[in-house]
Design a protein around this ligand. Structure first.
Ligand SMILES: NC(=O)c1ccc[n+]([C@@H]2O[C@H](COP(=O)([O-])OP(=O)(O)OC[C@H]3O[C@@H](n4cnc5c(N)ncnc54)[C@H](O)[C@@H]3O)[C@@H](O)[C@H]2O)c1
Ligand SMILES: [Zn+2]
Length: 389
């Protein structure tokens, strides 16, 4: 079992990572002393894991109900939050109740926002079921829904009360969604050189090396995230075996926990976690969400690296080295042929825009990223064009 704490002024919450945790969720929720729990999931995850979760809560004597909404970004809206809130009311959930977000990053965002708003806020617990949500979205308290084509336009910071990660559920995750999580993992690798080198060495071809042995470097400078541990022990048949996968998840969570502890509201260091995301969110919009979030982030990282070279921030070898990592993770494909101007226009609706030009997180080296403001449109257009050559 890996366990680490996210330490914040308003309180500390634990992130637990181990195979089989899903079945003991009820026991883990008891110390939170809520009178009832609503479990929110999308239709796919509800069918796969809803009954197991309800059985676990039942066994622990916790009144609960499963609420669902359809899969997909099109349903990441205030209308869904409103519908769910009506169902929470009908269930009778009061301020002494709690919400479980069971699913990928999308469910975490929607259920988290419902938890932030319902009755002026009730506690919620994240039970992420995609690799992306395990290593990124479930920790840090960002909740949001989209407004029209603007991603995550309406939201709040609302920290979970607990995060429970059971990597076994990844066995049912479609390969494309697993690859999407690897995109976010590549982002963490670019934040931490030691982890980058570990990922670079543990991966051969398209298959990620089996376990054991597996030693993950401790996240640099993220004290709450120090997570060396024995890893999970249950059998694992996915592309990553149990201990190695659990260790990699724990490492990414460790980096994120450290960053969130130091900059909860994203006024500084936390912005670095948006590496690849300004371009990535633009791509998601232009491609009408036809490719998963992490895939778009990976392509956004490629654009960011080319842009950094163009602005003289990093060596020309950096995009090539980053591409090699993305290739090993199965994320390197010919860049989609979209008009550069369409991608720029999509990014100009991004929340991170400031007067004078777009803001990007750009690399100076592997493990060294920085926020660069007011980047001229002409350089952005040139970077997009260069990647399409
Ligand atoms: N709040 C944050 O900090 C944060 C960070 C990153 C991304 N996000 C958001 O997360 C969303 C993307 O999340 P995602 O990539 O996890 O995708 P997702 O939540 O949309 O899930 C993708 C698909 O996989 C299915 N699925 C989930 N778990 C499964 C499992 N174990 N087995 C089988 N199918 C499963 C879902 O039903 C869905 O159809 C985006 O909306 C993005 O904006 C939020
Ligand atoms: Zn992301």
């Amino acid at each position: 079992m890996h366990r680490l704490d996210v330490v914040l002024p308003a309180g500390t919450y634990a992130v637990e990572i181990a195979s089989g945790l899903l079945d003991s969720l009820g026991q883990r929720l008891r110390p939170l002393h809520r009178q009832a729990w609503a479990v929110i999931a999308d239709a796919t995850v509800a069918a796969l894991y809803g009954p197991r979760l309800l059985a676990s809560l039942d066994q622990a004597g916790l009144p609960c109900r499963l609420l669902t909404f359809p899969d997909g970004e099109a349903h990441k809206t205030l209308a869904t939050v409103e519908t769910l809130s009506g169902q929470l009311l009908e269930f009778g959930l009061a301020r002494d109740g709690g919400i479980v977000a069971l699913g990928g990053g999308l469910v975490g965002d929607v259920a988290g926002l419902a938890a932030a708003l319902y009755m002026r806020g009730v506690p919620y617990v994240q039970v992420p079921t995609t690799l992306l949500a395990m290593i990124d979205a479930s920790v840090g308290g960002k909740t949001a829904v989209n407004l029209g084509e603007v991603k995550n336009c309406i939201g709040r910071f609302h920290q979970p009360a607990h995060v429970c990660i059971d990597p076994e559920v990844l066995q049912t995750l479609p390969p494309g969604e697993f690859a999407s999580g690897l995109g976010e993992l590549a982002k963490y690798a670019m934040l931490d050189k030691a982890f980058y080198e570990w990922v670079e060495h543990e991966i051969s071809g398209e298959i990620i090396s089996p376990d054991p042995p597996c030693a993950v470097p401790v996240a640099t400078g993220s004290q709450p995230g120090q997570t060396r541990g024995p890893g999970g022990s249950a059998p694992w048949s996915g592309p990553w075996s149990g201990p190695c996968l659990s260790a990699a998840i724990a490492h990414c969570v460790g980096i994120k926990a450290g960053v969130v502890t130091r900059d909860e509201l994203e006024s500084g260091e936390r912005m670095l976690l948006n590496y690849g995301h300004t371009f990535g969110h633009g791509l998601e919009t232009v491609l009408r969400f036809s490719r998963p979030h992490g895939w778009c982030v990976a392509q956004g990282m490629r654009l960011a690296a080319v842009l950094a070279v163009r602005l003289g921030l990093c060596d020309v070898s950096l995009p090539t080295r980053q591409d090699a990592l993305l290739k090993r993770l199965g994320l390197l494909e010919p860049f989609p042929s979209i008009p550069a101007s369409a991608l720029l226009a999509a990014m100009q609706t991004d929340k991170k825009k400031h007067a004078g030009g777009l803001t990007f997180v750009l690399p100076r080296a592997i493990g060294v990223l920085e926020v660069v403001r007011n980047v001229p449109d002409v350089d952005v257009l040139q970077a997009i064009t260069l990647l399409q050559l």
